[in-house]
Design a protein around this ligand. Structure first.
Ligand SMILES: O=C(O)CCC(=O)C(=O)O
Ligand SMILES: [Fe+2]
Length: 329
């Protein structure tokens, strides 16, 4: 089993919309993940965003801490230093990625990644946290431009998904009109391979995403893996595919689709090129940019039947997301 690559162009140019829509939904139903090529996100904007991510994360820690993530995980904005966040699966306190008992310290058990989170600028509940004007000038503008560029692609994917369910194309859009989304810049620093292999630390442990959709842009390093739905505990690599974004369904799309779509467990591990090598080797740094979306969900018409009654009541994603975010800090 592997994650399918779907060419999104025939949807965007209207030449074969249903075929593309059906392919995306089929992948969401089997594995919850799909690669999209010709997704409409301009390559130059992606490159510029990665350049800014590198510039930010290579700044001195005192500089990066000038836009600190608040103490509560529920206000998920600004800069989080390595080890700040520990991605958790709710109801899974021991976890499949339980760390070894001989870990050197509690601190090193946390995710060895740093991040910067951005939302829409007019979000009163969760305001953005920016650097003072003299620090990284231009960063804010690039982030916000990229945020809205990603929203365009997200809307196109949501239209395709509605078409795949043979619903009006704006079915999911109406629930995403506030653009309550999140742009994340992630940096997994270079790390001695034995630290990851001893399970004393993780890049990102196994988790599902708690949004409706995630669009992920990864660099060329690799290490992303998704659990094989047919063989729990066994993981399939999702290696970088040139020019692609990885799109995966989150918990809300699963719930919304009455479990017909999968929100699949995934993680970031040692990249395959560094696996089993010299134990003194150092794993290269990795950068990625996930963009995920919030909404209010109820079961999608057509996913309920007598055989599959409604399994979930409607839920506000904000409430759910805040609960899950708070658990990660
Ligand atoms: O960095 C990656 O490739 C995955 C990130 C991820 O799974 C997440 O942010 O939820
Ligand atoms: Fe994820």
């Amino acid at each position: 089993m592997s994650v399918e690559v779907v060419d999104f162009r025939p949807f965007l140019d209207g030449s074969d919309k249903e075929k593309v829509a059906d392919a995306i939904l089929a992948s969401f139903k089997t594995i919850g993940f799909v690669y999209l090529v010709n997704h409409g996100l301009p390559e130059d904007k992606i490159n510029v965003m990665f350049q800014w991510a590198k510039k930010l994360f290579s700044a001195p820690m005192e500089t990066k801490q000038l836009a600190p993530h608040p103490p509560s995980g529920a206000h998920h904005r600004g800069y989080s230093a390595p080890g700040r966040e520990k991605v958790k699966q709710l109801g899974d306190e021991s976890g499949a990625d339980k760390l070894s008992d001989n870990s050197p310290s509690a601190e090193i058990q946390r995710d060895i990644k740093e991040s910067f989170e951005v939302g829409r600028e007019d979000d009163g509940e969760m305001p953005n946290i920016w650097y003072p004007a003299s620090v990284l000038p231009g960063f804010k503008e690039v982030c916000l431009d990229f945020y809205w560029t990603c929203y365009e692609t997200e809307k196109a994917i949501l239209r395709a998904l509605a078409l795949a369910f043979r619903l009006p194309e704006d079915f999911f859009l109406q629930y995403h009109s506030k653009a309550d989304n999140q742009l994340r810049l992630l940096h997994y620093p270079s790390i001695p391979s034995k630290v990851l292999e001893n399970k004393n630390a993780s890049r990102i442990p196994s988790h599902t995403d708690f949004c409706s959709l995630t669009m992920l842009i990864q660099d060329e390093v690799g290490g992303l893996e998704v659990e094989d739905p047919n063989r729990p505990g066994s993981f399939i690599p999702v290696p970088p595919v040139k020019g692609s974004i990885v799109v995966n369904a989150g918990d809300f799309l699963m719930r919304w689709s009455n479990d017909t779509i999968k929100s699949t467990v995934h993680r970031v591990r040692t990249p395959p090129s560094s696996e089993g090598g010299n134990t003194d080797s150092v794993i290269p740094p990795r950068y990625s940019i996930p963009y995920d979306s919030d909404t209010v969900v109820d079961c999608i018409p057509g996913t309920l039947s007598e055989a599959r009654p409604k399994r979930y009541s409607p839920i506000s994603t904000r409430e759910y997301v805040m609960e899950r975010l708070a658990a990660n800090y």
